[in-house]
Design a protein around this ligand. Sequence first.
Ligand SMILES: Nc1ccc(Br)nc1
Length: 446
Amino acid sequence: SANQNVRTGRSGSATAPPVEHDTAQKIDVNPPKGTRDFPPEEMRLRNWLFSNFREVSQQFGFEEVDFPVLESEALYIRKAGEEIRDQLYCFEDRGNRRVALRPELTPSLARLVIQKGKSVSLPLKWFAIGQCWRYERMTRGRRREHYQWNMDIIGVPDVTAEAELISSIITFFKRIGLTTSDVGFKVSSRKVLQEVLRCYSVPENMFGRVCIIIDKIGKIPRDDIRKDLQSADMSEVAIEELLQVLSLNSLEKLEEKLGASGEALSDLKQLFSLAEKYGYSEWLQFDASIVRGLAYYTGIVFEGFDREGKLRAICGGGRYDRLLSTFGGDDLPACGFGFGDAVILELLKERGLLPELNLQVENIVCSLDQELQGAASEVASVLREKGQSVDLVLENKPLKWVFKRAARINARRLILVGKVEWEKGMVNVKTLSTGEQLEIKLDELE
Ligand SMILES: Nc1ccc(Br)nc1
């Protein structure tokens, strides 16, 4: 309290003994392996990215949702051998519950939709921006967390939903200055795979597993792909046929291979026709090798890629009509995508499209002597009540220091509270860009 001379730690008086603290031990000031801090400059860039995610989602009429970063491990235990399962950041909590840091948002969304049940009217158009985790042996030095933007449409069985989702991502790309010469979408349908597997009587319960194996094409040696497919009960002939179909990159060739009656072809034809109507056909290409690495996709799948081919997929998504029933809910048609915060920033950096985002404070307020500090606080409050931003100088600093700080925070005005002016109810206002200096009555400040 004011009348005691209690040491407050750093600046207390010499008389009282120092407050005892835990014995100092040097801690590692870096964040845990694979994780990031967001100091102001990085946080401005992240906020810029997320504002664009959010504004596009709202422009498409989507509502924002979020879920706990910690979920029951059971949400992610799928038997298809996915990488996401191998890298689950999971543990047993103090209540002996098996829990996991979410590796993706879609299972949480499915859980919430089931929880809401009949109380929500369809279709649901929800979006979320959430941190997702994986525990990867740091041998590969990759990140263990990233932020993902998701948009999902629940309750629409037609590919009109997928067309709308792709349109929203293209809108986002255009907003941040990317064009179809920078990025594109590879589009296919898992029904292509399904139709081939059925021709060779591969058991339905192998479908998810085969998809995960196919997704590794280009990432592991071709012979390993063949071995994995053999282990999924596929014959040599079936494997050959499958690998041939996966190399198709035109709907005409797909029709020659699979015939004109299959759902895969009709879905894809409808999607490309809708793309024409949206005006984004040039952004899409059919590529039968696209299956995506999540077991629950059942129909159209797509991924955004950089045309220079230097980076990993920018985003990806598709239809997952069976996910809800795997959680014991009633099946509902569903589709969505995930868009990570890493590759897009690498791409923008490479294209020289990262925005210049500087701190901008309208006013810096400073008293010219110690007994006017209270007056300076009064001036700051008056300006803040008018909705203006104010950096109030809190200590007795030389003017040279104040001008330096004003430049660093890009202040528009410097408000000086001096004894002579203050006695007349005035303050000294300096417009920093022009150097113009005025004496203004406090209640006329705006
Ligand atoms: N699923 C997932 C989670 C975290 C990171 Br980093 N990458 C992928």
